[in-house]
Design a protein around this ligand. Structure first.
Ligand code: ADP
Ligand code: MG
Length: 465
């Protein structure tokens, strides 16, 4: 009976829709004139109801006659348990039936070429960048849990309880790298699994296009065939209600069908504003792991690896200097390394401390994001007429201690450097010395108007730049 239905259906829907919505249906039982079919999820059932009710009626007429009835069973947990759904609304009196004209219109929509063609090509591509792998992802305290969870998912997609897996962390900390590594690993080791990487931005624009072109069905159909869906930067969906709703349906369907979902966000789920609660609560089903700013050891390891990969000899002194000077994120660190390596090869010289300092200053002033520590040192030494060496020395002379403490204070106020790194730049002092310096300057400014004016005017010099 169902095979007869399929014959009719096949004539009326696109190949893609047929494969997505009708091939997975299993004829379950025939009770007199009532056919019970099994569908993979609640969402699947709703989708058939909403979009193919007329077609199913037609198919039923053809194979069972006018009295033919259809009922759905929704498969729960790989088909072991079966839950009956309410009978389909073909016979329900108050659901408005579409007119035949409308139906043809709807069928046309199904056959809209846009998403179908555009997305079909995507299937072979996955949109993965092969250079992002686990091998070249440096592990450290800052990323250990996120990396371990990602690797577990890559080894056993959909099998671990990390579904969805949500990786969050600030910009440039390796979210995209890590989730792409998952995708690449699965592609390599599980032939035939359809892995798809998509940024939330792209997902949104595909969705908007699908609405515009009346090809929402193809859009949904496409995403529902994915075995591993990687959605990058979900914070982008904030406030986009319709896109979220659609993602919610795709999410549910994939999750219920035992497919793996991986997401990233620039903040923890609880801080995602403009996100639907039901979507946020789904995110909590699996595992959430964060990426922290790279710690000193990890920064050193990353610089070390980069130079090694490039076959470059570099003194540890230089690595240490770099690791102490850039501690915001890995992307910035990489950027500096790239220009440093380029400089070195252009000028045919080895990377020494001097070249490192020059490159770094150049980059930092160029991006204007941050005041450089050398900039602070030069302003402070000029203002107080002391030497750079004095600031780094062990001298306890008040005429040197004050400028030194002010410089550390400014470094804390004006750069993102950690206390440890600030200490490093002032003669290798430890972080408690830096805290003490900052505290002292704060106290002086509170009690001494002259001092307050002086420090503020120094600060202004940087703000102007
Ligand atoms: P995000 O997506 O969090 O903004 P990316 O994944 O784009 O960050 O990472 C920025 C750059 O830093 C990429 O080139 C990436 O390869 C690199 N990177 C980040 N973390 C690591 C790491 N732990 N080991 C090696 N490279 C890393
Ligand atoms: Mg990213």
């Amino acid at each position: 009976v169902w095979n007869n239905c399929l014959k009719v259906i096949k004539q009326h829907v696109s190949e893609q829709s047929y494969r997505t919505w009708f091939e997975p249906v299993i004829p379950y039982k025939l009770l007199g004139k009532k056919l019970i079919i099994q569908v993979p999820s609640q969402f699947f059932y709703e989708w058939l109801e909403d979009n193919y009710v007329q077609l199913l009626r037609k198919a039923l007429d053809f194979s069972l006659g006018r009295e033919g009835q259809l009922e759905y069973s929704i498969v729960v947990d790989s088909g072991d348990r079966v839950k009956n759904s309410p009978p389909m609304s073909v016979n329900a009196p108050n659901k408005p039936h579409k007119t035949p004209e409308k139906e043809t219109e709807a069928e046309k929509k199904v056959n809209s070429p846009f998403v179908l063609r555009g997305l079909d090509n995507a299937q072979s591509e996955s949109f993965l960048n092969r250079s992002y792998t686990f091998e070249n992802f440096i592990e450290g305290d800052c990323n250990r849990l996120a990396r371990a969870a990602s690797f577990a998912v890559a080894e056993k997609p959909s099998v671990t309880s990390f579904n969805p897996l949500m990786i969050y962390g600030g910009v440039g900390l390796g979210k995209t790298h890590l989730v792409q590594a998952i995708g690449n690993y699965i592609k390599m080791n599980f032939e035939g699994k359809f892995v798809l990487y998509v940024s939330s931005e792209k997902f949104t624009s595909q969705f908007i296009n699908a609405i515009r072109n009346n090809s929402l069905q193809d859009f949904m159909a496409f995403y529902m065939q994915v075995d591993v869906l990687i959605l990058d930067d979900v914070q982008f969906l904030s406030g986009k209600e319709k896109t979220q709703e659609t993602f919610f349906h795709i999410f549910n369907h994939l999750h219920q069908s035992g497919k793996q979902i991986v997401m990233t966000s620039d903040r923890p789920p609880r801080d995602l504003e403009g996100m639907e609660d039901r979507l946020l609560s789904r995110f909590k089903w699996g595992l959430t792991a964060d990426l922290q700013s790279p710690d000193l050891e990890t920064r050193i390891a990353i610089i070390h690896k980069k130079t090694q990969d490039e076959g470059i000899d570099i003194d540890f002194e230089v690595i240490e200097y770099l690791a102490h000077s850039i501690d915001s994120n890995v992307r910035e660190l990489e950027g500096v390394m790239i220009s440093l390596i380029a400089q070195a090869s252009l000028t045919q010289r080895t990377i020494d401390l001097e070249l490192a300092k020059r490159t770094l200053n150049h980059i930092v002033t160029e991006s204007e994001k941050e005041v450089s520590i050398d900039g602070i040192v030069s302003v402070v030494t000029e203002h107080y007429s002391v030497r750079i060496a004095d600031l780094k020395s062990k001298s306890r002379l008040r005429s040197i201690v004050i400028p030194r403490q002010v410089a550390m204070y400014l470094a804390k106020e004006l750069t993102n450097l950690s206390l440890k790194s600030i200490g490093y730049h002032f003669g290798g002092r430890d972080h408690s010395t830096v805290i003490h310096a900052i505290q002292t300057v704060n106290d002086l400014m509170d009690t001494n108007k002259e001092m307050e004016k002086e420090v503020n005017s120094l600060m202004k010099q940087f703000k102007k730049k």
